[in-house]
Design a protein around this ligand. Sequence first.
Ligand SMILES: [Zn+2]
Length: 313
Amino acid sequence: MEQKYAIGLDLGGTTLKYALISQDGTILNYGKIPSMAEVSAEAIIGQIMKAISFMTEAAGQDRAVKIAGIGIGTPGIVDNGRIIGGTENMTGWTGIDIVSIIESRTGLRAFAANDANMMGFGETLFGAGKGASDVVFLTVGTGIGGAVVTGGKLFTGYGGRGTELGHVPVLADGETCACGSTGCLEHYASASALVRMFTEEMRAQGLPCDGADGKYIMDLCHAGDKVALKCLDRHCDLLGHGIAGFINIFSPQMVIIGGGLADAGEFYLSRVREKAFRYAMPECAAGTEIKGAALGNKAGCFGAAAMVFQGTE
Ligand SMILES: [Zn+2]
């Protein structure tokens, strides 16, 4: 079989990452430029076109490299190539039919999906989930994003509108979430939520805690700090409840956790694992492994390229 190549783009609020990737998972070229998300949709599209031209130029240097298409991971909800919402940090992005625009300007096939979905798909096919067909992916950062892969395919719900894993309710009488609902997993178990919890706890005890972030709290935990460890335990308990729910629904082979907190490795993952398995139904969890993500900030590009390979089979 002839090797296929794809351009994988990972669009974010500040950065546009781009890569030229082969079907066997090798990155031939990688780079990043500002996404210009604060300017306008046309500015964002201009940056996307710039990244594509870098990659087609790189591919052109080797006549064996034929590009099968362009995959785009973008913030927001994507229905049939069109961004239909959830793009608070992207000026003018809602309503843009990104697939049609990129296809008409490049003459190449294009595919688009939610950025967290792309990260999860990339991790499944090329990263920590390699070899697995049923995976739940969670990225725990400022918010909580996720992806579900079943039978080797990305599951997105009808019209691509589902798998907002950060917005499952975990507290019936909870606080207001960024999505407008209350008691969501994201509001209670994101890295930002851990920082908020720690800051409140320190203030309540009259202790200074200015500028605390996830890494600072994890460093304190490593050093055995009681307040930080108490907050981490609560964080893992809340996240564990969410993960237990996903295990009971999907019974995945793997739950893959990405984001800054998971960079702490087993110190963090073992605590999350202990809670998740405590709350999940043992029958549902029997075949489930919980592990850290492997592709770091390149996961989104891998997933976007994987979408091209799957869509052009
Ligand atoms: Zn929410």
